[in-house]
Design a protein around this ligand. Structure first.
Ligand SMILES: Cc1ncc(COP(=O)(O)O)c(C=O)c1O
Length: 382
């Protein structure tokens, strides 16, 4: 059985699980940057931050080198340090939680909801102790968590809530666009709804966090606040008062992100079409079920997870028909770096045993969508 796709310079004719949306009109803007002589963080990056604030209804934003960098910068903005605990989900891409370890802090796993795959607010509250310094949630598959419930808990215990929005660009929770919250981290990595190769951003509604985010991106220095009065040292003409990283986005990357963002609505519409075709087709299946979307949510279909009875069989049938399927996520508590399996997390095991992702991305043709539906139906009828 074929099980893995390895890029050998030829993408082939398979229906891939994810794809990269690369706008055709990148050249003009990028060559303008290249010819300008300034490719470091500059005009294009500033333009990008303004665009991000407008699109995601955010008060402030910073641009970063990746979603992982966005998370580190957010953890740093709330002052996470060695020995602190952050309550988080074990069902996410590994970066949500490795970034906690990189800060010297400890991820404490809450259980997830079996039907949404999102962190369970009840379990979050049960895990809070006096070592807890923050809660992080992931809008898994672009299906927003119940923010009202999580925000109430965080308010009650005076904890910041970080939203890992790396799956949720363009999703809505009730009438709130994801990204308009207290501290929201995004990725612009290749399989995201829009991409600049690698990159990310953080949005915040909090001025103090904004000031800290800016410093965290560049060695503890706010690049825009440098006054240059000494006129001798362009970098350190004032002293950093905190330890920062090197996570600032350059203008070549920002220029690709600026153009790609112009296509966000187009990409979202296409994914909505694909996602709704799947939901109509699989709605009454017995061996295949889907993630629950609450009526008040608008998902973005960043990924399309299924639960299947016999995953090995399902994967075999899909791969035999040249359709790529992946787990992409595993229960993270099982990895030694996170301390080993926590048997009290009941629902995450169901995801570990039955979850699988099917193709859902802009590059899919209508006949690709038909074929995926046909083959999933074939599995259902075995
Ligand atoms: C939920 C989640 N968090 C964090 C990340 C890390 O983003 P990046 O790959 O841009 O560092 C990803 C990337 O796929 C993700 O899906």
């Amino acid at each position: 059985m074929k099980t893995m796709f390895k890029y050998d310079g030829n993408l082939g004719k398979e229906i891939r699980c994810s794809g990269a949306f690369i706008p055709k009109d990148l050249d003009k803007d990028i060559s303008e940057v290249l010819k300008s002589g300034w490719i470091n963080t500059g005009k294009k990056e500033k333009q990008l931050r303004e665009k991000i604030c407008n699109i995601f209804n955010a008060k402030y934003s910073v641009a970063t080198t990746s979603g992982t960098g966005s998370l580190k910068s957010a953890y740093s903005a709330i002052g996470i340090k060695s020995g602190d605990e952050i309550i988080t989900t074990p069902w996410t891409f590994i970066a949500t939680n490795t970034a906690i370890l990189e800060m010297g802090a400890k991820p404490v796993f809450a259980d997830i909801q079996k039907d949404t795959l999102n962190i369970d607010p009840k379990s979050v509250e049960e895990k809070i102790t006096n070592k807890t310094k923050a809660v992080v949630c992931v809008h898994f598959a672009g299906n927003p968590v119940d923010l009202d419930q999580l925000r109430d808990i965080c308010r009650k215990y005076n904890l910041p809530l970080i939203e890992d929005c790396c799956h949720a660009m363009g999703s809505y929770y009730k009438d709130q666009k994801i990204g308009s919250g207290e501290l929201c981290t995004f990725s612009l990595q290749t399989v995201k709804i829009i991409t600049c190769g690698d990159g990310g951003f953080v949005t915040t509604s909090n001025e103090e966090y904004y000031s800290k985010l800016k410093k965290s991106l560049w060695f503890g220095i706010d690049r825009e606040a440098r006054d240059g009065s000494l006129n001798v040292d362009p970098f350190f003409d004032y002293m950093p008062d905190t330890l920062g990283f090197k996570l600032n986005m350059n203008d070549i990357t920002a220029s690709m992100a600026n153009i790609a963002l112009e296509y966000l609505d187009t990409c979202l519409q296409r994914r909505k079409y694909i996602g709704e075709r799947y939901r109509d087709a699989f709605g009454n299946f017995e061996k295949v079920s889907m993630v629950k979307y609450h009526d008040f949510n608008t998902p973005n279909y960043q990924i399309f997870p299924l639960f299947v009875e016999d995953r090995k069989k399902f994967a075999e049938i899909m791969w035999e028909n040249n359709i790529h399927v992946h787990m992409n996520n595993r229960r993270l508590d099982q990895y030694p770096i996170f301390g080993g399996i926590d048997t009290s997390l009941k629902n995450v095991q169901y995801a570990e045993d039955h979850h699988i992702m099917i193709p859902c991305h802009y590059e899919m043709t209508n006949s690709d969508i038909d074929k995926v539906i046909d083959i999933v139906t074939k599995y259902e009828k075995i």
